[in-house]
Write a protein that binds this ligand. Structure first.
Ligand SMILES: Cc1cc2nc3c(=O)[nH]c(=O)nc-3n(C[C@H](O)[C@H](O)[C@H](O)COP(=O)(O)O)c2cc1C
Length: 200
């Protein structure tokens, strides 16, 4: 049986983890971004399908490509953030199932129905996006997730026209860096157990 993580870790991962709009000037090396991916990739997905795909943007050119598709409220902070991640999923994820689920390569055929395939990609890709945020926070980074952007525009600019990414579609964006302490507005409340849960 395992022990609970220490309280300090629970604070970092949950109780004090905030959405950041402002990040310090401190460099966030690509090695740290790669280490975050290498941690998050262990999060569970159905049939180990791993449909999430990530585009990590830190260059000015990459940010300029993203800029036209950001909502006004997300524009400045995203242009200034050390990294912005496009968290996408691959609607063609079943192609990789023989590699990812070697004890049952036929599981690829479970996702023939396009509706089921899209739902599975979105469900598991969203989970992996959340795993990514938790991994980043575990590594000491801070996140600023965003759904305020033109998804079709991002898909066209970043994914369409390239056979490798043709079937990727963006889910949400996430700024990553070291957050400016004290910058988020006061924490909003969460639902109490009694208001969000049932015990049967
Ligand atoms: C998937 C997702 C999308 C979000 N989209 C935006 C957004 O477009 N713009 C924004 O300013 N905040 C966005 N947020 C931030 C939320 O408003 C924020 O996480 C929430 O108010 C709770 O704040 P806290 O994380 O600091 O506790 C988003 C958060 C998530 C998880």
């Amino acid at each position: 049986m395992k022990d609970s993580l220490p309280d300090l870790s629970l604070d970092q991962l949950f109780r004090e983890a905030r959405t950041y709009n402002e990040f310090t000037e401190a460099e966030v090396p690509e090695t740290l971004i790669r280490a975050t991916y290498d941690l998050m990739k262990w999060g569970s997905t159905s049939a180990n399908c791993c449909p999430a795909r990530f585009v990590f943007i830190s260059s000015a050119e990459g940010k300029e490509r993203l800029k036209p598709f950001l909502s006004e409220g997300n524009l400045d902070k995203t242009m200034k953030a050390p990294w912005t991640v496009i968290i996408a999923h691959d609607l063609d994820f079943p192609e990789k199932i023989p590699e990812l689920f070697p004890h049952n390569p036929g599981a690829k055929d479970w996702f023939k129905d396009p509706m089921n395939r899209a739902e599975t990609a979105f469900r598991n890709g969203s989970l992996q996006g959340a795993y990514f945020m938790m991994a980043a926070r575990a590594m000491g980074l801070d996140c600023g997730p965003m759904s305020g952007f033109d998804r079709a525009g991002v898909d066209k600019e970043f994914f369409q026209g390239d056979p490798e990414t043709e079937n990727w579609t963006a889910n949400f964006l996430c700024n990553v860096g070291f957050g400016v302490e004290g910058s988020p507005h006061p924490r909003s409340p969460r639902l109490k157990f009694e208001d969000a849960c049932k015990v049967l």
